[in-house]
Design a protein around this ligand. Structure first.
Ligand SMILES: Cc1cc2nc3c(=O)[nH]c(=O)nc-3n(C[C@H](O)[C@H](O)[C@H](O)COP(=O)(O)OP(=O)(O)OC[C@H]3O[C@@H](n4cnc5c(N)ncnc54)[C@H](O)[C@@H]3O)c2cc1C
Length: 355
């Protein structure tokens, strides 16, 4: 008998599996990998200061210390290298940004995220950065595909992973547990990304999926830091540089499009002052939510069915902290943080037509 059946082995399912195994739980993960699932195409960047106006990202002071601690330990557990701390150079758009920053810099809340600021160009050999910019720390990227490959191997070796499409209609309740084919388990956790919208259990949650596209490029001189202004340029392992991303709520399919690539090239021309070659493209759908907050917690009518989802465009920075809270909730009865708890949408469930 398994304690938990986890549906989905994207970043959410993988990290949660680690948290539950750490606590001695018996788990089974079912996943039907699709080339285009969000985790498989993500750049994997974590970056504490975002947006044109350079805002500290939501709850960075809680999420960033946790991710910086979590991923290196996960690397040791899995015997794989996928965590890459790396600075971000964020050139100013205009002289006003420089002035804004000069006014903000006395504010100590940015201290732990800014390595230094420059008022003169520092990457003029390949960027348009006439006003200088900010160097961010506590940033970098996770090679999510490597993490998933290593975790899948570990789970498979333990007999805790099956590549299979889960069909919730085939779950049967039997006194104090569930039965699914030959599997018996006590609790079910959905980490199924955008597919949650097709689940009878969680289709009432207000997801707001966002398609994202990226291109791969080759440059003569490879940067050793992430560049970010309007678009990012990420020196990804020893491969091409990744450039992204687009954000579109309207989409017909999960494939890269010419329009998406043109949008990225257009944005890139504002940042990069060097010729480049496009060597590839990729696209995926982010499991984003209307209120931009994750969806975590218990089904309103079934205390054994849970969701751990809705990490949108920031899975890498949100999932380590959220999985820690969720595990403490599941195993120690700790209350869930109200901003994360799906109980904020129980009224949507009540309003859902029942058959
Ligand atoms: C272009 C792009 C760039 C991105 N860049 C970044 C970035 O730089 N930094 C960052 O933090 N985030 C980024 N993201 C977002 C990031 O990918 C997500 O936050 C995160 O990976 C979501 O993980 P997940 O496990 O919740 O969902 P998913 O990765 O979608 O995983 C869900 C899994 O469940 C499986 N599944 C679904 N239904 C079933 C079923 N019935 N049976 C079996 N398996 C099932 C799916 O096949 C999949 O394997 C990006 C996303 C995109 C598209």
């Amino acid at each position: 008998m398994y304690d938990y059946l986890i549906i989905g082995h994207g970043l959410a399912g993988a990290v949660l599996s680690q948290r539950l195994l750490e606590r001695g739980k018996k788990i089974m993960v079912l996943d039907q990998p699709q080339d285009n699932h969000s985790s498989a195409v993500a750049a994997g960047i974590f970056n504490p200061i975002t947006g044109r106006k350079m805002f500290k990202t939501w709850r960075a002071d809680e999420f960033f210390p946790e991710l910086l601690q979590f991923y290196p330990i996960f690397e040791q557990t899995l015997g794989a290298k996928f965590f890459h701390p790396m600075g971000v150079y964020r050139p100013y758009f205009a002289i006003e940004d420089q002035n804004d920053w000069e006014a903000k810099k006395a504010d100590t809340k940015f201290d732990s995220y800014i390595a230094h600021a420059s008022t003169t160009p520092i990457a003029a050999h390949q960027l348009h950065d006439p006003y200088g910019g900010l160097f961010l720390k506590q940033a970098g990227y996770v090679n999510i595909v490597k993490l998933l490959t290593a975790n899948k191997k570990r789970l498979t070796d333990k007999g805790s992973y099956q590549e299979a499409m889960f069909n919730e209609k085939e779950v049967v309740r039997d006194s104090d547990h569930f039965v699914y084919g030959v599997l018996k388990f006590k609790k079910l956790i959905f980490c199924n990304g955008v597919k949650a919208q097709q689940s009878d259990w969680f289709d009432w949650l207000p997801f707001h999926p966002v398609k994202g596209e990226m291109i791969d490029i080759a440059l003569e001189k490879r940067p050793d830091t992430i560049y970010n202004r309007g678009v990012f340029i990420l020196p990804f392992e020893n491969e091409s540089l990744r450039v992204g991303s687009t954000y579109h709520h309207q989409y017909d399919n999960m494939e890269p499009t010419e329009a998406g690539q043109n949008e990225l090239k257009q944005k890139l021309s504002g940042l990069l002052d060097e010729t480049y070659q496009v060597t590839g493209s990729r696209a995926g759908i982010r499991p984003a939510t209307k209120d931009r907050r994750p969806f975590i917690g218990k089904h309103p009518d079934n205390e054994h069915i849970y969701v751990f989802n809705g990490f949108g465009s920031k899975g890498v920075s949100l999932i380590p902290y959220c999985s820690k809270l969720f595990t403490a909730h599941l195993l120690d009865g700790e209350p869930l943080d109200a901003e994360l708890d799906i109980s904020r949408y129980y009224s949507h469930y009540s309003a859902k037509p029942k058959d």
